[in-house]
Design a protein around this ligand. Structure first.
Ligand SMILES: Cc1cc2nc3c(=O)[nH]c(=O)nc-3n(C[C@H](O)[C@H](O)[C@H](O)COP(=O)(O)OP(=O)(O)OC[C@H]3O[C@@H](n4cnc5c(N)ncnc54)[C@H](O)[C@@H]3O)c2cc1C
Length: 440
């Protein structure tokens, strides 16, 4: 592939956010360059997809090709509470029709390596340019970002100019680390550790009932912010992980393999029963400090996307859904800015504002879930059944947000209880109270 020296858009990171953006840009006849440093030998966490993700793939004419990969179908999420006798909460996958009616839908869970290859191949075959290499530093023209310096996997150092630099580098938070975006803030008391692996799934389930289907996501809640997932990613592999706070991890003080075994056996009787043999299919992975936010994440000539500016406790499995929704808004922002002949920089700040509203609704929903688990379950089984399905689908942006009465209810309840009440700076956004600022 012949690299150019100038691109309208250079995307750092070929994960779900970067590739989704590339696919959307191609639809606007903008050919982006994707810079990706990894060749994906590892298995990234985050396999359960929401129904909005499938809708997005359908909008991109990728749904049939995606379905041919035959990932296990997911009809909803089942949440087991610490009270072992209590019936689990069953949240169905649903979609909204263009008229706003909520209808049953399905989704699936994926092996992330295959999903990554599928998305990247789609972008490349449709014309996106791709280079294996690491972004080293942004380039500046006076104070304005105007491109990026990269080191290719063959060791060449290249300087590439861009009208827009899109940071989709995930937890690496590239533009924050280079002091273009704001500092990464890790909220106090919300640091978490996830320990996970892939196991052989030997269940044999034959059923017509949506709530019993083998591909459904199962979540086990033990205590506040102490939970475990069971996500079938192929027809005979399942991803199982445990999320806990660092203090708990320290107290347990044992090698991670042993810890994961012990946790799976003691977490919940149902989890132990459906995984009778701990037949490991991959090394144990540990991820830390994955909840953070960055206040300033867009400006003239640059945009941060998805995990590159914020990551919210993954209990609702919405990372990829959020990445896809944000990609749509980022591409809207880029096309509007180009239509303004690259002069109206206020468009970048409007993008930031829209994203904050959606992300804050998501963050409040997670807070509400941990602070008021019984009330959440009551809402999900009664008055707000459809709104809770909207939440699990990741419908947080624009009209989707404004029309969800549950979001207002949750915000008000949190606010009235003065949980994190100090900085309510957006419509439904309550900020962090005591935070730690970090820049590696
Ligand atoms: C414990 C846990 C469980 C999760 N569970 C789910 C789930 O069930 N469902 C779900 O949807 N989401 C889940 N997520 C979240 C999901 O994995 C992420 O939100 C999603 O991967 C974000 O996509 P992204 O493209 O923003 O970032 P990433 O997927 O991290 O992609 C970023 C890419 O940028 C590349 N990169 C970084 N720096 C550079 C550089 N300098 N130069 C070039 N390339 C670079 C990286 O190699 C990487 O490929 C979970 C996350 C965690 C931590």
């Amino acid at each position: 592939m012949e690299l150019k020296q100038n691109y309208d858009v250079v995307i750092i990171g070929g994960g779900p956010a970067g590739v989704a953006c590339a696919l959307l840009l191609l639809r606007q006849n903008i050919v982006p360059l994707i810079v990706e440093k990894q060749s994906y030998p590892c298995i990234p966490m985050g396999e359960s997809l929401s129904s909005e993700v499938l809708k997005f793939l359908s909008e991109l004419d990728l749904l049939d090709a995606f379905k041919a990969l035959d990932f296990p179908a997911k009809y909803g999420v089942k949440l087991f509470s610490p009270a072992k006798t209590e019936e689990p909460l069953w949240v169905q996958c649903r979609q909204r029709t263009p008229e706003g009616e909520s209808v049953l839908a399905e989704s699936c869970s994926v092996d992330r390596r295959e999903f990554h290859r599928f998305m990247l191949d789609a972008a490349i075959s449709r014309g996106a340019q791709y280079i294996k290499g690491a972004a080293l530093a942004p380039l500046f023209d006076q104070n304005r970002v105007c491109g990026v310096k990269i080191k290719t996997n063959r060791g060449e150092i290249l300087s590439i100019s861009s009208q827009i630099l899109l940071d989709a580098s995930g937890h690496a938070t590239f533009l924050s680390q280079h002091k273009v975006a704001g500092r990464r803030i890790i909220p106090m008391n919300k640091a978490q550790i996830a320990i996970s692996s892939m196991f052989k799934d030997s269940r044999e389930i034959k059923t017509e009932q949506r709530s019993q289907m083998p591909g459904n996501t199962l979540l086990f809640i033990k205590d506040k912010r102490y939970w475990s997932w069971f996500i079938p990613v192929t027809h005979d592999w399942v991803s199982v992980g445990v999320v806990m706070q660092p203090e708990q991890f320290k107290v347990k003080n044992m090698p991670v393999n042993q810890l994961l075994n012990t946790e799976i056996r003691s977490f919940h009787p149902e989890l132990s029963q459906i995984l009778p043999n701990l037949d490991y299919q991959s090394p144990v992975q540990v991820t830390t400090n994955f909840t953070y936010s960055i206040d300033t994440f867009a400006g003239p000539g640059w945009i941060c996307l998805a995990d590159a500016h914020r990551f919210i406790d993954p209990v609702f499995s919405l990372g990829i859904s959020m990445a896809f929704s944000e990609s749509k808004l980022a591409v809207q922002c880029i096309t509007q800015w180009m239509e303004s002949e690259c002069t109206d920089d206020s468009i970048f700040f409007r993008y930031q504002d829209q994203i904050n509203k959606g992300q804050n609704a998501h963050s409040n929903a997670v807070e509400f879930f941990w602070e008021f688990p019984q009330l959440f379950k009551h809402f999900a089984e009664n008055k707000f059944r459809l709104e809770v399905s909207d939440l699990f689908a990741g419908r947080f942006y624009g009209k989707q947000n404004l029309s969800n009465s549950l979001f207002v209810k949750m915000h008000d309840k949190l606010y009235n209880n003065q949980i994190k009440a100090s900085s309510a700076n957006n419509a439904y956004g309550i900020g962090y109270e005591k935070d730690i600022q970090s820049r590696d």
